[in-house]
Design a protein around this ligand. Structure first.
Ligand SMILES: Nc1ncnc2c1ncn2[C@@H]1O[C@H](COP(=O)(O)OP(=O)(O)O)[C@@H](O)[C@H]1O
Ligand SMILES: [Mg+2]
Length: 245
């Protein structure tokens, strides 16, 4: 069964410098400016198609700006594609950029609740898991402080702890494993291995090719918003490394 399917997905962003110069022109000639806006869009993803089977662990690699985070945000439903189709089956648990879904003025405890609700759980379900989440995060003594007082490592701990305790069916991880101390990183890896054994679908974006090679069953290489290769980790990573050299 397919957990994630991208069919000819394209996503573009406006190029802001063009919009600013265009703003002046817009006072003079509106239709022409609209044409300019349309032409000056940057294709972050350009006709991307792939499937992730249920229970598969897939790595996404590529240089900065190749479209990895955009791919995960579309999968999580945080962004919408301009064209093509994105289909996802199962509860998605996204661990995207640091602190996404968190509120700095709320306490750690309140943020756990907020995050759980955003991910589709009821208050009762979250409260039932609260102790476990707190224990995993090792942030007990900070939990009643507002999140703005947390370091980036503490944000990451809280985010990871919430995500792994909400029984994800599709788990998305965007470069967050490298945050926090080594011991916590090891704990996160253990949790991921446990998910993999339980056949939770995992899409992992990481700059560590060693990590992707060691963990993923398949790798997708994105290059300039297109799929450059998709297949067995060893060969895709070798091709990527050759291209980078
Ligand atoms: N909100 C945005 N507005 C404008 N451009 C963006 C936005 N988000 C991403 N981009 C651009 O889209 C491209 C792909 O970005 P991203 O998916 O974040 O790449 P990656 O995660 O592989 O580094 C980059 O060139 C980036 O500058
Ligand atoms: Mg990124």
């Amino acid at each position: 069964m397919t957990a994630v399917r991208f069919e000819h997905v394209s996503k573009s962003y406006p190029i802001y410098s063009q919009i600013l110069t265009g703003l002046k022109a817009s006072l003079l000639n509106v239709p022409q400016t609209i044409q300019r806006f349309k032409r000056h869009r940057f294709m972050a993803l350009d006709d991307v198609s792939f499937e992730v089977g249920q229970g598969e662990s897939v790595g996404v690699i590529g240089s900065n700006g190749s479209g990895k985070s955009t791919t995960l945000a579309l999968t999580a439903g945080v962004l919408r594609a301009q064209s093509g189709r994105v289909e996802v089956r199962g509860r998605v648990c996204p661990l995207l950029e640091l602190g996404a879904g968190f509120h700095p003025e709320l306490t750690g405890r309140e943020n756990i609740l907020l995050n759980g609700i955003l991910l589709g759980l009821t208050r009762r379900e979250i409260l039932a898991r609260m102790d476990e989440i707190i224990a995993f995060s090792e942030l007990e003594s900070f939990l009643d402080q507002p999140l703005r007082t947390y370091s980036s490592g503490m944000y990451a701990r809280l985010g990871f702890s919430v995500a792994v305790h909400l029984e994800p069916e599709v788990f998305l991880i965007d470069e967050v494993l490298a945050v926090g101390d080594l011991r916590f990183q090891a704990k996160c890896r253990e949790k991921l291995e446990e998910f993999k054994k339980r056949r939770v679908t995992i899409v992992l974006v990481s700059h560590s090719l060693a990590e992707v090679r060691g963990f993923c069953e398949r790798v997708i290489w994105l290059k300039d918003g297109k799929v450059a290769a998709d297949g067995e980790p060893g060969s895709v990573i070798a091709r990527y490394e050759a291209a980078m050299a």
